[in-house]
Design a protein around this ligand. Structure first.
Ligand code: MTE
Ligand code: MO
Length: 350
């Protein structure tokens, strides 16, 4: 792992591990805002309340017995992924300088949130489903547990899980045991770990981490409360995994590979690569989508000239959206949602 911080633990998946379709548990990225809670699953209870006809209090046994088990392969991705490329444009202090590895893919198992909400009976006035975790962050004043919400339409889509297993193993503490939310296709922050409470409500979550923390701030008037754009579905983007940044290579035909991820219910339609701005794009071979919720890997061969070369990759999604060319276009105060085309430099010897 590439560890950015020990406490709270923040570590990204190394490029070699990103090349696998499913990320192993020991290389799955970790993003935390507080110390990791260790929760006894036998005494753990999940409360489902707010605008529901039948508030519920569910034990682990209740979840397993009363609802069908479901498995979804899904990529999780932090809204701060690839912030390092924005920092190269202009510094972004006090934020984790994530490379392309604040993302990973697992086979998640648990129950559909939709089934649990169905049993509780969400009232028509409810427009959002909010989640609260057990971890309390000292970064907020007053200290607040981590939380966030998604609209009812997303919460009741069958892919959204309350997961207790990852890759067929018990969910590890660091990834939210005993139960976490998994919201495929949305920023990782909505996949609340150490889940304690689900609330149906008319308004989105007012949790600090949703309203003030991971929002896209305007550059002109920093700090205006409520002025940030709330992030939700991931936008089309890609990363180059091989060759490595600043690698020294022999010039000539060179294999380039990486992943692309479209976000929400879209898939990646095309990936193109080139060596240096202005040269023609070469189409990469793209793996077919396993489902809309999972990244797709791609491979291409480019003939590289001698000297320093910039490798550039861009992806298009199934709605024909394409990545913006430059990280400068998407630069924002806290460095979220960088979906600019992937760039890295290598040096080629004749
Ligand atoms: N849930 C809780 N309770 N506390 C957190 O700090 N971090 C969120 C989300 N869920 C977080 C959380 C963020 S920002 C991301 S990107 C993902 O969890 C990371 O999940 P992982 O650590 O399992 O990779
Ligand atoms: Mo995140």
């Amino acid at each position: 792992m590439l560890v950015h911080q020990d406490e709270p633990y923040n570590a990204e998946t190394p490029p070699d591990a990103l090349a696998a379709q499913i990320t192993s548990l020991d290389s799955f990225y970790g993003r935390n805002h507080a110390p990791i809670p260790h929760i006894d699953s036998a005494s753990w209870r999940l409360r489902v309340e707010g605008l529901v006809d039948r508030p519920l209090e569910l034990s682990m046994d209740d979840l397993r017995r009363r609802f069908p088990e479901r498995t979804v392969v899904a990529t999780l991705q932090c809204a701060g992924n690839r912030r390092a490329d924005l920092i190269e444009v202009r510094d972004i202090p006090h934020q984790v300088p994530w490379g392309p590895g604040a993302t990973s893919t697992a086979r998640w198992s648990g129950v559909s949130l939709a089934d649990v909400l169905d049993e509780a009976g969400v009232r028509p006035e409810a427009a959002h489903i909010a989640f609260t975790g057990a971890d309390v962050s000292q970064q907020t004043d007053p200290p607040q547990p981590f939380g966030g919400s998604v609209p009812v339409a997303k919460a009741t889509s069958s892919e959204v899980l309350l997961a207790w297993a990852m890759n067929g193993q018990q969910l590890p503490a660091v990834h939210g045991a005993p139960v976490r939310v998994v919201v495929p296709g949305w920023i990782g922050a909505r996949s609340v770990k150490w889940l304690q409470r689900i609330s149906a409500q008319a308004e989105p979550s007012d949790n600090h981490f949703q309203t003030e923390y991971s929002v896209l701030l305007p550059e002109a008037e920093p700090g205006t409360p409520g002025d940030g754009i709330t992030l939700g579905p991931i936008s089309i983007h890609c990363a180059i995994l091989r060759p490595a940044r600043n690698a020294h290579l022999a010039c000539g035909p060179t294999k380039i590979s990486g992943f692309a991820f479209a976000g929400e219910d879209r898939t990646v339609a095309r990936v193109e690569v080139r060596a240096d701005h202005g040269s023609p794009w070469t189409r990469a071979d793209l793996d077919p989508p396993a489902n809309p919720w999972t990244w797709q890997h791609w491979h291409a061969t480019l003939t590289l000239p001698a000297g320093e070369v910039e490798l550039i990759a861009r992806a298009w999604d199934s709605t024909a959206a394409v990545q913006p060319e430059s990280p400068a276009t998407v630069w924002n105060l806290r460095g979220y949602a960088n979906n600019a085309a992937a760039h890295l430099h290598v040096t080629c010897r004749p």
